[in-house]
Design a binder for this molecule. Sequence first.
Ligand SMILES: Nc1ncnc2c1ncn2[C@@H]1O[C@H](COP(=O)(O)OP(=O)(O)OP(=O)(O)O)[C@@H](O)[C@H]1O
Length: 362
Amino acid sequence: MSPAPVPPRLEVRHLTRRFAAQAVVDDISFEIPAGQVTCLLGPSGCGKSTTLRMIAGVDVQDAGEIHVDGTLICGPGLTVPPEQRAIGLMFQDFALFPHLTVAENVAFGLSGTAREKNARVAELLERVHLSRHRGSYPHALSGGEQQRVALARALAPRPRILLMDEPFSGLDERLRDDIRDETLALLKEEGTAVLLVTHEPHEAMRMADEILLMRAGSIVQRGAPYNLYNAPVDRRAAAFFSDLNVIESTVEGALASTPFGEFLAPGHADGTRIDIVIRPQHLKIDFDRAGRGPNPTQEEGTPARGIVTRARYLGRESLVEFRLETGQVLKASVPNVFLPKAGTPMWLMIRRDRCFVFPAQG
Ligand SMILES: Nc1ncnc2c1ncn2[C@@H]1O[C@H](COP(=O)(O)OP(=O)(O)OP(=O)(O)O)[C@@H](O)[C@H]1O
């Protein structure tokens, strides 16, 4: 007989929360297995924190259920109190206890003998490289160190689930990526199921095994970061991850005509207005040779001539803006330093395999 399937560590079914008759979380369902980091990503006000608060037990849903390891903890007629949920919390303001030392902060939620507690505190402080600060008070630590103490404190009781709400947003920009990587390594070692709320796509891409993209209370797309970036469900989902170029067209005979040649628009009826969407890094640039550009290719289609209107160096790449003969402005992102003068004619090609075709918005 095959073993019974392991239930997900966290399972949320049809969760709904209304304020003044408006659903700010509207029938969402998802699951997180042990050891997985899932990011709830979306713009401000889309319902991310409300979702987290219901799972933590500090807010109660109007409908739906929450299960941990296959056991109902919150549903019709049942609400397990927050302190009995084995769920750890880590929020933006780490809220360390100022009158307790680093070691005392980490030990705060621990049970067991003094020896067991000391061993767990020592293990975690070692892991976050803060052993030498065990006797320090929070005010004597940097923001990044305080964040690591908060992480150690949240993980100390070995929670089954860790909920993190914008945990890195109070930190210096330059510190953040290092701390994200360190945090991720520790979370993976501990095998906790993590639900991390963020409005920053970069953070979700860096941290998540799975992203749940949320908009106006609903999950509009879910999947690995690669899938959300490379196969967005709609133009707004695509725009969440980078700048976009949008070329508008109308379908005729299953084809859409553009300055870059004709595009297939299967499944769109004749007369449908569509947006052909492409990220700036998928535009290619070539030089103008006395009014001539490169030959058309199957992959890149027909090149279109444009005039440079602006070029800016952004560090890792340069952003060059062009005006096509149709008047449309397109942005191309080019690695390293590429700063052609305004007015320079150049040729643009677009990676057809990187274009998305959506019905026009609005
Ligand atoms: N207690 C409350 N009473 C009334 N409305 C609320 C309450 N809590 C949240 N809301 C509303 O619910 C919506 C979702 O809020 P929520 O904090 O979940 O969004 P969020 O996606 O986490 O946003 P942010 O990233 O800005 O924190 C917002 O419009 C908010 O004003």
